[in-house]
Design a protein around this ligand. Structure first.
Ligand code: GDP
Ligand code: MG
Length: 427
């Protein structure tokens, strides 16, 4: 069985928490795209963990975690993440962590380039996390990247790096930066690369063999549908494919089909960084929701932009992810609201529209709101659908119908057991 857990919205839907919960019964958990630009927060009996690169399954025993070829990996950051887990008593060894030899290395000069470009853009900046993600993916497609497998051949690695730097320095210099020194990069690669060598392997062989043995494989995405480079709110997207259909390709098992896609959808909206965000709240209304939902970036600590649930965007997210079922998260956060606003359509050029537009149409879209009854009680202790107040059930059913996908799980707190399962209903 191959399952993907993917974000329906702009990211930070609570995917890490759902993977931590639903990974029971899976033998292998794979990350298939992205780098340390986004963060998953997982709270369980071992404590609170923020994971940027490692798959969330690292917190479970008896699970093998794969970091796929679609990822870009900052070696220093990964070593730090592994160290932090070890300090908290979590085992990380070549048995439970396998890193694709075809994943790309995110270099210190990628970070430098990211920072230089955001500075150059000034108030037109993209809101990058400045972790080098766009430059490293750019270099991948320019065929100027280095992969983890290069670490095994120090002799040729040096020459490859020197060649790349003669090109990269043209760019860095044009920003007024100093030449990147190959000796410094080589010692960085040696220091952190050597620590990771035992984990680096051909994950394609491993995954295909495991699938052949009937192992259950779970793919874990970073960010959400609206940040996908092809289908998201370009250019305010990430630089990789966040959609579930990419999971087998980016994880290392491109010939296999996914059996099930679980979409993780938040009960309201949040977005980090720049770009169109039609449902954005401001002032006290925004502060109240941000505080209730603790909406601050897991990777950067930045306050997240927040807003009402967005039906056109979420329906598009469900469609592009190909979600078979939904896990709705953070419903408990809305319990302070008397009335819950929901964006049911967009108004574009004076016309109401329920499709999610792209480009300038999206930038110019205005939200059309409907207000649903609030539930005004603490629902964080509810563990069965029957425990929920009627208004909460109505809210769930309203969203389910609007996005056209059954909501199977509803999470009402960050902890592993703070969720309930809905009974299926005809949509
Ligand atoms: P991800 O990037 O999709 O994995 O999500 P993040 O971890 O960045 O953000 C989700 C945040 O919400 C984390 O701090 C979680 O601990 C927290 N969280 C997840 N589910 C719930 C929930 O149902 N209720 C509440 N109150 N918090 C939740
Ligand atoms: Mg996150």
């Amino acid at each position: 069985m191959l399952t993907a857990i993917a974000g329906i919205n702009w990211g930070d839907e609570g995917k890490g928490r759902m993977v931590d919960l639903l990974s029971e019964g899976y033998d292998i958990i794979c990350r298939y795209q992205g780098g340390n630009n986004a963060g998953h927060t997982v709270v369980n009996d071992k404590g609170k963990f923020v994971l940027n690169l490692l798959p969330s399954g690292i917190l479970r025993g008896n699970v093998t975690n794969v970091m796929g070829n679609g990822m870009v990996i900052d070696l220093e950051h990964l070593c730090g993440e592994i160290e932090k887990l070890k300090e908290k008593g979590i085992t990380v060894n070549p048995e439970n962590l396998k890193i694709s030899d075809k994943a790309f290395i995110c270099m210190p000069y990628h970070k430098q380039q990211d920072i230089l470009e955001e500075e150059r853009l000034g108030d037109k900046k993209y809101g990058s996390t400045k972790r080098g993600i766009a430059p490293v993916y750019g270099d991948k497609y320019m065929k100027k990247g280095l992969r983890l497998l290069d670490l095994f051949s120090p002799e040729t690695l040096e020459q490859k790096l020197v060649n790349i730097l003669s090109w990269k320095n043209l760019t860095i210099k044009s920003y007024g930066g100093d030449d990147v020194d190959s000796a410094r990069i080589l010692s960085w690669l040696a220091e952190y690369g050597n620590k990771l060598l035992p984990f680096i392997t051909d994950t394609t062989e491993y995954l295909n063999k495991s699938a052949g043995e009937g192992k259950n494989i779970l793919f874990e995405a970073q960010l959400g549908a609206l940040r996908d480079i092809d289908y998201g709110i370009y250019p305010y997207t990430t630089s990789s494919q966040t959609l579930a259909s990419y999971a087998p390709v980016g994880a290392g098992i491109p010939g296999k089909k996914i059996d099930k896609v679980i979409g993780v959808m938040k009960a309201y909206s949040s977005s980090v960084g720049e770009g169109p965000f039609t449902v954005e709240m401001s002032g006290d209304e925004a502060s109240a929701l941000r505080e209730a939902g603790a909406e601050y970036g897991a990777a950067t600590g930045r306050p997240r932009r927040v807003g009402a649930f967005d039906i056109p965007a979420s329906r598009y997210g469900v469609m592009t992810q190909g979600a078979d079922e939904i896990s709705l998260t953070k419903l408990d956060v809305l319990s302070y609201m008397d009335k819950i606003p929901v964006c049911t359509a967009y108004e574009i050029d004076g016309k109401q529209c329920d499709q999610f537009p792209s480009g300038d149409k999206l930038t110019g879209a205005k939200p059309v709101f409907e207000k649903l009854d609030g539930f005004k009680t603490d629902i964080s202790k509810c563990r069965k659908a029957e425990d929920l107040p009627d208004a909460a059930i109505s809210y769930i059913r309203f969203l389910e119908k609007a996005v056209g996908c059954p909501i199977r799980y509803v999470s009402v707190g960050a902890g592993r057991d703070e969720y309930l399962e809905m009974k299926n209903q005809e949509l």
